[in-house]
Design a protein around this ligand. Structure first.
Ligand SMILES: Nc1ncnc2c1ncn2[C@@H]1O[C@H](COP(=O)(O)OP(=O)(O)OP(=O)(O)O)[C@@H](O)[C@H]1O
Ligand SMILES: [Mg+2]
Length: 328
């Protein structure tokens, strides 16, 4: 399968008055054509900053992508001119956030907001864009599309707005859709409908999806491949079946222990004792999960384990396995 997006050693840091936060620390991941990859992990582990880095949304000087490669269909986005980056990020990669209201313009109608990217990126005429906007509203299963096109965001429910966000995100036929907690703010039934819609659009178009969630039920249902993050680092990756059947990292094991049943969502995820370390006080001589780990050994507090390949196409960064950290 062909990779659409390949991230290698991506590091994104923020420079705060209290010190430097390594929000994303040498993260590598890859998404193949037509594949859904889920990033999962506790609040603050760097999921959104990874997405923002791909989209070029990290604002300097507060934050900066300080290293790595973000290769989209072969081109390193970080090496392209601003204009070239904008074209790719407008046409080929799009993003949906958790809060649709914050992405929509309150003073423009839904129709206008759907038409804008169609005219700008696909160069459709006003009339063509209008027709396409109506089709897109239909595509996300909203009845009376003509009427909805004339509505302002505040006139629609949260679930409808999130459908509109999906319609906008897919309007230019992106190769990659990034969805950052797209259903967290919605109730469970609507959540299921939206995820089904995403899955259907994906299978109809062979688009790839990078889905960010803290809900392992969503992961079980949507993912082909899973990336588990902890404190800015990838601690485990693998196929969804392998990872759910045989989680290797004690952190992944902890996540799954609080979520024993596949294909069933739940609100409350974590029962792992302790807390994520303060990002300003990370001990780089130690595994970041050390303090919370049931299986910790002396070595875990002296050297950070590196991500390494394990049988079954899984990768794990943990001293319990193979030759972790040898090359660091
Ligand atoms: N603008 C910013 N300035 C300073 N630090 C930031 C900024 N944005 C993010 N961070 C820090 O980067 C780290 C990663 O944040 P991120 O938003 O990626 O977490 P997340 O995994 O998406 O969490 P959540 O599940 O809560 O959305 C956190 O420690 C956060 O405080
Ligand atoms: Mg986030």
């Amino acid at each position: 399968m062909k990779p659409v997006l390949e991230i290698e050693d991506l590091s994104t840091h923020f420079f705060t008055e209290h010190g430097e936060v390594k929000a994303v620390d040498r993260v590598s991941l890859s998404i193949n054509e037509g594949e859904t990859v889920c990033i999962v992990g506790e609040s603050g582990c760097g999921k959104s900053v990874t997405a923002m880095s791909i989209m070029g949304l990290v604002e300097e000087p507060a934050g900066k992508v300080v290293g790595g490669v973000i290769r989209f269909e072969g081109d390193n986005l970080l090496k392209l001119s601003k204009n070239e980056q904008r074209t790719i990020r407008g046409n080929d990669i799009s993003i949906i956030f958790q809060e649709p209201m914050s992405s929509l313009n309150p003073v423009l109608t839904i129709g206008q907001q759907l038409m804008e990217p169609l005219m700008e990126h696909l160069k459709l005429s006003r009339k063509e864009a209008h027709l396409r906007a109506i089709e897109l509203i239909e595509m996300v299963d909203i009845p009376r599309p003509e009427q909805i096109a004339g509505c302002y965001p505040h006139e629609l429910s949260g679930g409808m707005l999130q459908r509109i966000m999906i319609a906008i995100a897919i309007s230019c036929n992106p190769r990659l859709l990034i969805a950052d907690e797209p259903t967290t703010a919605l109730d469970v039934t609507i959540q299921a409908q939206i995820l089904d819609k995403l899955a259907q659009i994906k299978s109809d178009s062979n688009m790839s999806i990078l889905l960010i969630t803290h809900d392992l039920g969503v992961v079980a249902e949507m993912a082909d491949h899973v990336v588990v993050m902890y404190s800015g680092k990838v601690v485990e990756t693998g196929g969804v079946v392998e990872l759910f059947e045989k989680p290797l990292h004690p952190y992944t094991q902890g996540l799954l222990r609080s979520k024993p049943v596949i294909n069933q969502r739940q609100e409350q995820l974590y029962s792992i004792p302790g807390q994520v370390p303060n990002p300003l006080e990370l001990n780089e001589q130690s595994c970041y999960f050390y303090e919370r780990c049931e299986h910790r050994k002396a070595i875990c507090n002296t050297k950070q384990p590196l991500l390494q390949e394990e049988p079954g196409n899984q990768k794990v960064a943990c001293w319990l396995y193979g030759k972790a950290g040898e090359a660091s």
